[in-house]
Design a protein around this ligand. Structure first.
Ligand SMILES: [Zn+2]
Ligand SMILES: [Zn+2]
Length: 260
């Protein structure tokens, strides 16, 4: 699986169109898997993918973790629908499916089918085997995903703090992960932001997650822990990178490419 990170900002990200993104500010959450799958639809997702020269007309499947505004904006979906060569399957938490479908016109619904997802659902789509997991996040309907393809297992854990009990059980029962995308929102020690601790990881939970995943075999020693969903302001970017690397995480950024 080839991952292209289209947006790695979190929580305090500016929800502005791609043409207004300036400087070091990170974009809202989104990621491309190979040339046909999008995970989360941050507002700049389609326009930034286009700017990077990514192929955007072959998308078959889009997966949403939840509908907080930094993960779903309708205009990003409309961007992908505007160039789609085939009808797209949109997979999203059960409670959001009806609202998303109702927000689309008849013409738009000819280009996308909205599917409700429940935690612990397993299915095949877009060349992937998928397992949906419950998340420990402020939106209780958030789902995380385990994506499998060509014998590789990827965990997508945005947004969340630590693990929900059932999520952990299913990760523990499964084969070791090859890579895991972990919510790394509160890494810099601005007490105001760090003090929130509300459904996102921080500098206390991140090392504990690393140790817990490795000690239990959910992660092997060579499993890559990718850090994303970043809160810091641009002037904290270097500090964020340094701290995460010290903790054994691979920091991501907008436009970052990683092969699982
Ligand atoms: Zn978020
Ligand atoms: Zn969220």
């Amino acid at each position: 699986m080839k991952l292209l990170f289209l947006g790695t900002g979190g929580s305090e990200v500016k929800l502005v169109p791609e043409c207004e993104v300036t400087g070091e500010y990170r974009r809202a959450t989104s990621m491309l898997i190979d040339e046909n799958v999008v995970v989360d639809l941050g507002i700049q997702s389609f326009d930034f993918a286009t700017k990077l020269g990514a192929k955007t007309d072959g998308i078959t499947d889009i997966f949403l973790s939840h509908t907080h505004r930094d993960h779903y904006m309708k205009q990003a979906l409309l961007g992908y629908l505007s160039v789609a060569k085939c009808k797209i399957d949109l997979w999203c938490p059960e409670v959001s499916a009806q609202a998303i479908a109702q927000s689309l016109s008849e013409e738009e619904l000819e280009k996308v089918t909205v599917h409700p997802v429940k935690p612990l659902d397993r299915w095949e789509a877009g060349g992937l085997s998928i397992l949906a997991l419950p998340a420990n996040h402020t939106d209780p309907n958030t789902v995380h995903y385990v994506f499998e393809k060509d014998g590789k297992r990827l965990y997508y854990g945005l947004d969340g703090m630590w693990f929900a009990p059932l999520e952990w059980r299913w990760l523990f029962r499964g084969a070791p992960l090859d890579a895991a995308i972990i919510d790394a929102t509160f890494v810099c020690e601005n007490p105001r932001r760090f003090g929130k601790l509300d459904g996102h990881n921080n500098i206390i939970t991140l090392p504990a997650i690393r140790d817990f995943m490795r000690a239990t075999g959910v992660a092997r020693p060579d499993t890559v822990l990718l850090a994303s969903h970043v809160a810091p302001q641009p002037d904290e970017a270097e500090e964020w990178f340094r701290r995460l690397e010290e903790m054994g995480y691979l920091p991501t950024y907008d436009g970052f490419v990683f092969e699982v």
